[in-house]
Design a protein around this ligand. Structure first.
Ligand SMILES: Nc1nc2c(ncn2[C@@H]2O[C@H](COP(=O)(O)OP(=O)(O)O)[C@@H](O)[C@H]2O)c(=O)[nH]1
Ligand SMILES: Nc1ncnc2c1ncn2[C@@H]1O[C@H](COP(=O)(O)OP(=O)(O)O)[C@@H](O)[C@H]1O
Length: 208
C-alpha cells in the first residue's frame, strides 16, 4: 500500500552516537515547518528523558498489543529493545501538509521507503570509529557493555548507508547541520516544482 500526502517525510538514521538526535534537534530549531515524530519504545528512559518528549516509554506487553492492533507504520528491534512509529500522529500531520522527520534505525527507514516511496532517506555517519566510541563515552548515558554492543552493531548499520538517498558526515557539527538544511531545502524546491505551481515554489523559498 503506497501513501500520498501533501506533507513531506524525511527519515534520518545513524549508528548510535553519530549525533543524529543532536542534529535533528538543531534542524528543528532552524525550521519551524519540520516536526519530529515521537516513537514508542520498550527501552528504559535515560536521565533527562521524559515520557512523550523523547519517546513514549511503554512495556513489552503494551508494545506487542500495539503491533497486533496494527498501530505501527513500522517497528523494529534495535540493540535488544523494541521501537516503533505509530500511525496516528504522523498521518494527521502529513495529511495537514506538515513536514515530518522520523529518527529511526535503518530497518525502519527501509520499511518506510516501501510505504512512502517519496520519503527522503538520510544517513548520518561519524567521521571515524574512534570518534564514534568517544561520543558514546562522552554522552555518558550507557553502560560499558551497552556501548560495546552499539559499536558492534554500528559496523552492520553503516553498511546500510548505500540504500539511503543522502549520506551526511557529522565531523564538524555546524557543517553537518548545514548539509541537512540544504537537503531539506533542495527537496522542498524539487517537490514544489513537481507540483508545477509557481506559488508552491515561492512558498518553498518562503518568498512572497
Ligand atoms: N525502527 C525504528 N527505530 C527507532 C525508532 N525510534 C528510535 N529508533 C532507533 O533506535 C535506535 C536506538 O535509539 P536510542 O535508544 O534512542 O539510542 P541512541 O540512538 O543511542 O540515541 C536508534 O537507531 C534510533 O534511531 C522507531 O520508531 N522505529
Ligand atoms: N559533530 C560533533 N562533534 C562532537 N560531538 C558531537 C557531534 N555531534 C554530536 N556530538 C555529541 O555526541 C554525542 C552523541 O550524540 P547524539 O545526538 O546523542 O547521537 P545519536 O542520537 O546519533 O545517538 C552527544 O554527546 C553529542 O553532544
Amino acid at each position: 500500500m503506497e501513501m500520498d500526502y501533501p506533507g513531506n517525510l524525511y527519515v534520518v538514521a545513524a549508528p548510535s552516537g553519530a549525533g543524529k538526535s543532536s542534529l535533528v534537534k538543531a534542524l528543528l530549531e532552524l525550521d519551524s515547518r519540520l516536526m519530529v515524530s515521537v516513537s514508542h519504545t520498550t527501552r528504559a528512559p535515560r536521565g533527562q528523558e521524559r515520557h512523550g518528549r523523547e519517546y513514549w516509554f511503554i512495556g513489552q506487553d503494551e508494545f506487542r498489543a500495539m503491533i497486533d492492533r496494527g498501530d505501527f507504520f513500522e517497528w523494529a528491534e534495535v540493540h535488544g529493545n523494541l521501537y516503533g512509529t505509530s500511525r496516528a500522529a504522523m498521518e494527521a500531520r502529513l495529511s495537514q501538509g506538515e513536514d515530518v522527520v522520523l529518527e529511526i534505525d535503518y530497518q525502519g527507514a527501509l520499511q518506510i521507503k516501501q510505504i512512502f516511496p517519496t520519503a527522503v532517506l538520510i544517513f548520518i555517519l561519524p567521521p571515524s570509529w574512534d570518534e564514534l566510541r568517544q561520543r558514546l563515552l562522552r554522552r555518558g548515558e550507557d553502560a560499558g557493555e551497552v556501548i560495546e554492543q552499539r559499536m558492534v552493531n554500528a559496523r552492520h548499520e553503516v553498511a546500510q548507508a548505500r540504500h539511503f538517498d543522502y549520506v551526511v558526515v557529522n565531523a564538524l557539527f555546524e557543517t553537518a547541520l548545514f548539509d541537512l538544511k540544504a537537503i531539506v531545502h533542495a527537496q522542498r524546491l524539487k517537490w514544489a516544482a513537481q507540483r508545477r505551481s509557481r506559488s508552491a515554489v515561492f512558498d518553498a523559498l518562503q518568498l512572497n
